[in-house]
Write a protein that binds this ligand. Structure first.
Ligand SMILES: Cc1cc2nc3c(=O)[nH]c(=O)nc-3n(C[C@H](O)[C@H](O)[C@H](O)COP(=O)(O)O)c2cc1C
Length: 186
């Protein structure tokens, strides 16, 4: 088993009360190595490393565990070319880019939406527990400081959480020595 598999295994089996102690020097080296890549070098990412990065994103925390985002993984080079042409910075420098990941915010972020229901079922809520949860979430969403009844604010709420997902994936990429570029869009 190689190092990457060891890390994946560790994430799966570590009990919550046993913190992981990685070498600070290694982590800092990876963080200092990271830079926003503007031209890719044509090296390819392995399926195993890509799965590792997906897992890094999947493990990101989200408000109430709702995971209110979608992740589009684009690997078709023609489509990657068209999309990167429209982006600032990497423009025509896409050759060699294996994955263009687009993170979007779900647009049905309502406490009683089918999506929220599906998440709560996966979280093991009983119908009574879910009714109580919907009431609490509705209260939370309507709170003055949050006001998620407003579509724009709901989008911003989801977008803030998407940044956690892609940050975790970029940190994972740095730890594995894999190039990445953050690009913002709207
Ligand atoms: C949220 C965000 C959006 C960014 N958008 C773009 C972009 O549209 N085009 C681009 O070339 N770089 C983009 N970058 C990369 C930054 O320009 C880059 O991270 C910054 O210059 C610092 O350089 P470094 O990442 O190499 O340390 C973005 C970075 C972040 C964090």
């Amino acid at each position: 088993m190689n190092d990457n598999n060891d890390m994946l295994q560790a994430i799966t089996v570590i009990p919550p009360d046993e913190p992981v102690h990685l070498l600070k020097g290694d982590i800092m080296r990876a963080m200092k190595w990271r830079r926003a890549i503007k031209k890719y070098n044509g090296e390819h990412i392995s399926a195993e490393d890509w799965n590792f990065l997906l897992e890094m994103g999947r493990l990101a925390p989200s408000s109430m565990g709702l995971e209110a985002w979608n992740m589009l993984d684009i690997t078709n080079s023609e489509l990657i070319g068209k999309l990167t042409e429209a982006s600032w910075g990497i423009g025509d420098k896409f050759p060699g880019l294996d994955h263009l990941v687009i993170y979007t915010v779900k647009n049905d972020l309502h406490p009683d939406s089918p999506y929220f229901h599906a998440i709560r079922v996966s979280q093991g809520y009983t119908p009574e527990g879910e009714a109580e949860r919907i009431a609490r979430t509705t209260e939370y969403e309507g709170a003055d400081y949050q006001d998620l009844t407003d579509e724009r604010k709901r989008l911003d709420w989801g977008a803030k959480q998407v940044y956690i997902v892609f940050t975790q994936m970029m940190v994972g990429a740095s730890l594995l020595g894999i190039d990445s570029t953050p690009i913002e869009g709207s």
